[in-house]
Design a protein around this ligand. Structure first.
Ligand code: ATP
Ligand code: MG
Length: 142
């Protein structure tokens, strides 16, 4: 099924100058970028976005990390985009991630793991609308 998902290149990915290499992986796998923006999240943005994790022991570190520098946010679109993006990303902990995935190749640790991807259709919808207005998403014309 053709669907959309939200991807974030986290501050360590931007800092390491990996935007182009990560975009190439998305494109090589057939995903299209329909919207994109670089932003520096505020504490309120990061707390809101990761609200599901509030109360977990790593929450305040996660918010500090996500606000430590600019991030790239993008809407990815294509066949099974949600699971395809999660496959390209690899497991949350880079130690468990399969070779050739973004996290295995570039991430330092479970805390600094380079990318985010929505984990299901409901979160994809809510995360996309967290960052983008409908008119900012350029649907494919082909
Ligand atoms: P993301 O939501 O960022 O795509 P994920 O879905 O693979 O990652 P989640 O369980 O949603 O993993 O956790 C969100 C983020 O919180 C992780 O990407 C990671 O940065 C951080 N995190 C998750 N679990 C831990 C942990 N046990 N210790 C430290 N940080 C963690
Ligand atoms: Mg998650």
């Amino acid at each position: 099924m053709q669907e959309s998902t939200l991807s974030i290149i986290k501050p360590d990915g931007v800092e390491k100058n990996l935007i182009g290499q990560i975009y190439k992986r998305f494109e090589d796998s057939g995903l299209r970028i329909l919207a994109a923006r670089m932003i520096h999240l505020t504490k309120e943005d990061a707390e809101g976005f990761y609200g599901i994790h509030s109360g977990k022991p790593f929450f305040s570190d996660l918010v500090s990390y996500m606000t430590s520098g600019p991030v790239m946010v993008q809407v990815l679109f294509g066949e099974d985009a949600i699971s395809k993006n999660r496959e390209i990303m690899g497991a949350t902990n880079p130690k468990d991630a399969e070779k050739g995935t973004i996290r295995s190749d570039f991430a330092e640790s479970i805390e600094r793991n380079i990318v985010h991807g929505s984990d299901g259709p409901e979160t994809a919808n809510s995360e996309i609308s967290f960052f983008f207005k409908r008119e900012e998403i350029c649907l494919p014309t082909i």
